[in-house]
Design a protein around this ligand. Structure first.
Ligand SMILES: Cc1ncc(COP(=O)(O)O)c(C=O)c1O
Length: 384
């Protein structure tokens, strides 16, 4: 098979791991030799490096991003009867954290251009029970933070950034992760910075919050066998700390390469009749995902998959319509922008290693689809 015909995976982790194999082997071997499996020096090193990367004072390593979000809720003492405002268009974990502490997610619709929480709608959702605002930097594109911060200051309601998909993304030139009281990251393997397993982090400039976060992730203790409050076993594994320390050194180059791929998609798909993702004037996206929108999304998805080109849907069902949230009594039509995005979104392959040949292979299939099936007259015909 020539490269022109070769399958294009949605994500190519094996290639990334191959290129780092020597560095990773050495780092993991050191962790094995030292038997530092739970927290330990490699995690401490990563915490220091990642805090520095974000421009933050503290980073606390977790076993995954969901745990970090859960602890963030606990740090703000959010509990039963409280409300947290967030987006209905995100990975479900954003909202789990709110539910874990017995609070209620209050969804507000998203901005059609960026897929992120629409700041204009947030103030109207605030009640006397609102304890936090939880924007997500979805697909690596920063949420519009200035108006959210203004609302936060005005109503004295803290912001927690869900930066699980946005390592290194910039808002008005500054990396996301330090705008809110705290921020949470995921290092799930497919993320822009991914562990060899599960991992996450909580980042903050507030020293007191960081101390309590360290205790909460480790059974609520600062001193072994003394437990000041009910805590969790949410510790980052030593080996993941070692892996992430190695990978972090490559993140800036990877982000640059992701930006190259996004830029090429923009150019190669410019004349296609579909909505391409854009960066807002305030944003430098980390391009975790490249998500196009079109009404006949399912047809294009089938065509790409039939051509052995990986693609995904992030996300096909908005949170307010998930079965798990039936008890919240939302209904179809409550958040029309998010619902439309869920019907139309299609994620194309994007990763630093994606070649020009692969880009052409993906975009040729899409361009053919657009020319043959999305012409105005073709739109009228059902396609079989
Ligand atoms: C937006 C968002 N929030 C939270 C999470 C949860 O992170 P993790 O999978 O590490 O628990 C993810 C990751 O999948 C995510 O994409």
């Amino acid at each position: 098979m020539t490269p022109v015909e070769a399958p294009v995976p949605y994500l190519d982790l094996p290639q990334q791991i191959r290129s780092l194999r020597k560095e990773l082997d050495a780092a993991i071997a050191r962790a094995l030799d030292n038997c530092t499996f739970c927290l330990g020096p490699d995690v401490a090193q990563f915490e220091k490096d990642f805090a520095h990367f974000c421009g933050a004072e503290h980073c606390v390593g977790f076993n995954n991003g969901t745990s970090a979000l859960h602890v963030a809720m606990r740090l703000l003492n959010v509990g039963p009867g409280d409300e947290v405002i967030t987006t209905p268009f995100t990975f479900i974990a954003t909202s789990w954290a709110i539910c874990y502490v017995g609070a209620r997610p209050i969804f507000v619709d998203i901005d059609d251009a960026t897929f992120n929480l629409d700041p204009k709608l947030v103030e109207g959702a605030i009640t006397s029970r609102t304890r936090a605002i939880l924007p997500v930097h979805l697909y690596g594109h920063p949420a519009d933070l200035d108006p959210l911060l203004e609302i936060s200051r005005k109503h004295k309601i803290p912001i927690i950034e869900d930066a699980a998909q946005a390592h290194g993304a910039k808002y008005r030139g500054r990396r996301v992760g330090t705008f809110g009281r705290m921020s949470c990251f995921s290092f799930y393997p497919g993320k822009n910075l991914g562990a060899c397993g599960e991992s996450g982090a909580l980042v903050t400039n507030d020293g007191a919050l960081a101390i309590r976060a360290r205790a909460l992730r480790d059974h609520g203790s600062t001193q072994r066998y003394y437990h000041d409050e009910i805590g969790f076993n949410y510790r980052m594994e030593g080996i993941q700390g070692a892996v992430l320390t190695v990978k972090l050194r490559h993140l800036d180059i990877w982000t640059r390469e992701r930006r190259r791929v996004a830029h090429r998609y923009h150019e190669l798909l410019a004349d296609c009749s579909m909505q391409l993702p854009q960066e807002a004037a305030y944003a430098e996206s980390a391009w975790h995902l490249y998500v196009v929108r079109l009404p006949r999304r399912d047809e294009l998805k089938r065509l790409l998959e039939g051509s052995q080109i990986g693609c995904g849907m992030h996300y096909p069902v908005p949170l307010h319509l998930q079965k798990a949230f039936a008890h919240l009594d939302y209904k179809p039509g409550d958040f029309p922008v998010a619902e439309k995005a869920a019907r139309e979104c299609l994620s194309l392959p994007i990763y630093p290693e994606l070649t020009e040949t692969q880009l052409h292979r993906v975009t040729n299939v899409i361009r053919d689809f657009c020319q043959q099936r999305l012409r105005p007259e073709a739109m009228k015909q059902p396609v079989h």
